[in-house]
Design a protein. Sequence first.
Lengths: 245, 308
Amino acid sequence: MATSVIETHELTKRFGNFTAVDRITFQVQPGEIFGFLGANGAGKTTAMRMLTGLSRPTAGEGIVAGYDVYRQAEQIKRRIGYMSQRFSLYEDLTVRENIQFYAGIYGLPWRSIRSKTSELIERLQLGEVARTLVGSLPLGWKQKLAFSTAILHDPEIVFLDEPTGGVDPITRRQFWEMIYAAADRGVTIFVTTHYMDESEYCDRISMMVDGEIRALGSPHDLKTQYDQPDMNGVFLQLARHSERS
Amino acid sequence: MITIQANEVNKKYGDTIALRDLSLSVEKGELFGLIGPDGAGKTSLIRILTTLLLADKGTATVNGHDVVKSYRAIRRQVGYMPGRFSLYQDLSVEENLRFFATAFGTTIEANYDVIRDIYQQIEPFRRRRAGALSGGMKQKLALSCALVHRPEVLFLDEPTTGVDPVSRQEFWQILKGLQERGITILVSTPYMDEASLCDRIALIQDGQLLGIDTPAALRKAYPHPLWDLQSSRRYELLHFLRQQEFTLSVFPFGETLHLATRPDVPEHQIRESCYSQGFTDIQLTRIEATIEDCFMDRMAPTADPEIH
């Protein structure tokens, strides 16, 4: 268990007699881009809530960033970043205020908040709009800002829940370059997406169907294993007979 | 015969321009796709055509009726499935459907043949609250509600957004079935790969048309030589190609790269420059553009400081 950033063993969540997540076992290595795919209702969101310390598992084991998902949920929350489908930014705060707010939430000391904020504004080339309300920024800028604030506190792992939904194709690709750059710096990326071409940018992919992980491997291996030209084909083959959608 | 017509439609919200001089027409019986990212103006256009929003300038007709003067006639003849889940969460499946039928002065029974194929899939859950349905089932209920008054024209605003590939594929099969019944369909989507499922498409960004034609004609009109490149060192190759004089654009596409070059760059030149940098495992193939290539090529340069 020493080197993995995420390690689960038969992690399970039941709601009443409904098993949302059914004994999932997998590991994610440091700096890895791990794609977490599955059909609607397959249990992805529930699994992510357990891994981010928001939901207590019913059974099984889970270690995230070295902490136990049952007993150390608060430590986990401090060591991870999270960016959701709909931006987690406050539209009626400025760019600078949003960054400072998140830095504060993640517990950075004031001295470091000021320097980190300026550094980030410069790196994203947002100097001219630092005092602009986030609500009036183009979608692509918001998205980059949201990602950057999610990793401002240098987390070991960042969870991205459909980060590129609805974004234009160029911005979508620029966003993936940011993901690559962060992974190069050693941040582990855990990402969900409905764009199958994007899943091919991941180092490894897991495919959830009906609460279980049905397939796990590199995009190349999965395509070979299921004899499909692309990940869309793999997905269709695995999820077609899902009972829950 | 033209069923939907928009003439130089303009719409602003405060200082934000949603639509600029947008014109398009949709033939009777067509399955027409409005393709573009969030903020492109898709929803504004659909809401103007369904008489829910007034344009600032320009005119539009649906089934020959003006969207301002004859809005009542249009509302009887069109079905509209909004992007956000629009049903009553605490009414049951059946109650929702009956509500929409009654609002249009009709009954479920009188129109059952129109919705049968779709509604049968959720009928076993007809007593369940709409709020407790899965995503795929909500989508089918919303579509049933949009169809229950037997509309001639159907407007669907991003019906497949956030939906997994299996449900998306099923949904497009349903749309094809409705088209075969003679219903004219205008559907918006941010997924470029769905373009090929439409008869004609409009590419739209920042409230403006980037192109309008059949998917095949748009792909054929792509103006540059386009290549597909594979290498085990994909990201290094991407950065290398970006620096090359022959490169117009290079983007990742799944496990490969798409490279657009200046005209008349011979294949061996690309190959040799890659080899000289140690990319010896490349596979280089001349390809036809996808709709996503076309869209990116036609995109207005945004004010994004990081754009390449």
